[in-house]
Each structure stands twice: as structure tokens, then as C-alpha cells.
Design a protein around this ligand. Structure first.
Ligand SMILES: NC(=O)c1ccc[n+]([C@@H]2O[C@H](COP(=O)([O-])OP(=O)(O)OC[C@H]3O[C@@H](n4cnc5c(N)ncnc54)[C@H](OP(=O)(O)O)[C@@H]3O)[C@@H](O)[C@H]2O)c1
Length: 259
């Protein structure tokens, strides 16, 4: 970017840890203006300081949850007042969610959808009108290959990411010709607070956080529709296992989830 060009206006939700924090740091090194959100205020301000020292042109630290529509509206109002709008929105905030259908509970589904799906809708409602008006902008939603089939044990997470990828696709098609580009990002296993709870042996091709963040940003830069990686994991999942008929999928996934 030339010295005279205004720096890109970027938003990353859920930037207090993991992929969000790493992507924010990489965008700061490029000299973006960056708005970051997250519920843990102390961590958010720690990241704010880190981004400033990494070279961000400006940083807006916006504490609060994506699941609260009024909070999201207030956050966007602040961005609009400071920068007039956004060029890039990475809707990354997400939570895991587990359940067992034998003792089915609605709460894990409601909580997981509140962040992973409604949180994205809350932001889309705010940012799409202005991106259409400026005839440009990129929206990336961080979904997951876990949404490509209904996975046992993590039903709430799996269903929420299926919903997210589907809503991103509808949005992408509906925004064709407006100048607004939508990307569905489905990373494989990446080191973060979310995956720290898992056994590393259950996470093939586990990537370092910085590497995962860099691959997402490269996919966004390339204006892909769907970004998924690493191919060694996601290609067979997407093109073979996602297409298994139920009679084959059910016993195989049961055996895998018990092992
Ligand atoms: N790591 C992986 O292997 C992997 C693979 C596929 C997809 N993903 C997706 O990548 C995204 C980032 O996850 P991560 O792995 O980096 O995990 P992480 O380290 O746990 O980060 C999650 C981030 O989301 C924020 N967050 C959670 N609920 C929120 C809410 N209601 N409002 C605002 N922020 C909220 C958290 O901040 P606060 O707690 O401070 O709010 C945190 O900054 C998620 O959408 C996840 O599903 C991760």
C-alpha cells in the first residue's frame, strides 16, 4: 500500500485469543486500522497494545459479546463514527459445544448458536448496508469442516457451523454484483484455547496458530469463495467422507468417536 493510500479498515471479532488474535497481529503488521472485539476486557486491551506496537495504523478495542445485538450495534456505530465503515470483516468469534442425544439438553445448542450463528447475523445486519453503499467490502465467516457432517458428541458445534456455512453461501449469492465478497473459511485443527482441551492424537495435521491465521488471510486475499486447509485433512473430508451414504457414515463415525 502506498504512503498516501488510506489504510484498510478491518474488523476481527473474537480477537482476545487463538486465530482471531493471530490474524489481528498479522493485519497490524500490514498497517491496517483494526477493530477488535471480545468479552474478556483485560485480554482485549492486551491485544490492543500488541497491535499498536506491531504497526497497526489505528486500533479500536470494543469489549462485549457478538451474541448481544445492541452491543454489536453500538460497536459498529463506534467504527462508523471513527472510520466511516469497514473494508474487511472477519467474523471469527466462536465457541465449542457438546451434547449427548441420550440425555438431550437444549441449552448447549442455544448457547452455541447464540455466538456462532446469531453473532454473525448480528454483525451482518450492521455492516452489509454500508458495504453495498460503498460498492466494496469483504466478509469472512470462520466456520469449520465440523459442519460438513453431523458429528457425534459435538452436535451443537457441528450444527452451528453447518448453519453458518449455509448462511454464508446464501449471503454470498445474494450479494453477487454488489461489490461485496463473502468467504466461508473452514480451517482444520489449529492450536488455540478451543483445541487446547483436545488430545493432540485426535487432531491430525494440527497447525500452529500463526500458520492457521496466515492461511486464512491468504485465502481472503485470493478472494476465494471457500477456504479450507490443510488439504491432507480437508480434501478427503469434503470430497469423500462428506459424501458417504448414512449406512457407511454412521458405523464408521461411531467407531472413530469411541476410539
Ligand atoms: N482452532 C481450530 O482448530 C478451529 C478449527 C475450525 C474452526 N475454528 C473456529 O475459529 C474461530 C476461532 O476459534 P479459536 O480456535 O481461535 O478459539 P479460541 O482461542 O477459543 O478463540 C475464540 C474467540 O472467540 C471469542 N468469543 C467467544 N464467544 C464470544 C462471544 N459471545 N462474543 C464475542 N467473542 C466471543 C473469544 O473471546 P472472549 O472469550 O474474550 O469473548 C475468543 O477470542 C471459532 O469460530 C472456531 O469455531 C477453529
Amino acid at each position: 500500500m502506498s504512503d498516501s493510500a488510506p489504510s484498510r479498515r478491518s474488523l476481527i471479532t473474537g480477537a482476545t485469543s487463538g486465530l482471531g488474535r493471530a490474524m489481528a497481529t498479522q493485519l497490524a503488521r500490514r498497517g491496517d486500522r483494526i477493530a477488535i472485539t471480545g468479552r474478556r476486557k483485560n485480554l482485549l486491551h492486551e491485544v490492543e497494545a500488541q497491535l499498536k506496537s506491531a504497526g497497526a495504523a489505528d486500533v479500536l478495542a470494543l469489549p462485549g459479546g457478538v451474541d448481544d445485538p445492541q452491543c454489536v450495534a453500538a460497536h459498529y456505530a463506534q467504527i462508523k463514527q471513527q472510520w466511516g465503515g469497514l473494508d474487511l470483516a472477519i467474523l471469527n468469534a466462536g465457541v465449542g459445544g457438546s451434547n449427548n442425544a441420550k440425555t438431550f439438553a437444549a441449552q448447549p445448542y442455544l448457547e452455541t448458536f447464540a455466538t456462532n450463528v446469531h453473532g454473525v447475523c448480528n454483525w451482518l445486519e450492521q455492516i452489509i448496508p454500508d458495504m453495498i453503499a460503498q460498492r466494496s467490502g469483504t466478509i469472512a465467516g470462520i466456520s469449520s469442516p465440523a459442519g460438513w457432517r453431523g458429528l457425534p458428541g459435538i452436535g451443537p458445534y457441528s450444527a452451528s457451523k453447518a448453519a453458518l456455512s449455509t448462511l454464508l453461501e446464501s449471503t454470498r449469492v445474494e450479494l453477487r454484483g454488489t461489490g461485496v465478497h463473502v468467504v466461508d473459511v473452514c480451517p482444520g485443527f489449529v492450536k488455540s484455547e478451543m483445541t487446547a482441551k483436545n488430545d493432540p492424537n485426535d487432531m491430525p495435521w494440527l497447525l500452529e496458530t500463526e500458520d492457521g491465521a496466515a492461511r486464512i488471510l491468504r485465502g481472503i486475499d485470493a478472494r476465494k469463495r471457500i477456504v479450507h486447509f490443510p488439504w491432507q485433512l480437508t480434501w478427503p473430508l469434503r470430497h469423500i467422507i462428506a459424501r458417504f451414504p448414512g449406512w457407511l457414515f454412521d458405523p464408521l463415525i461411531t467407531r472413530w468417536s469411541r476410539s
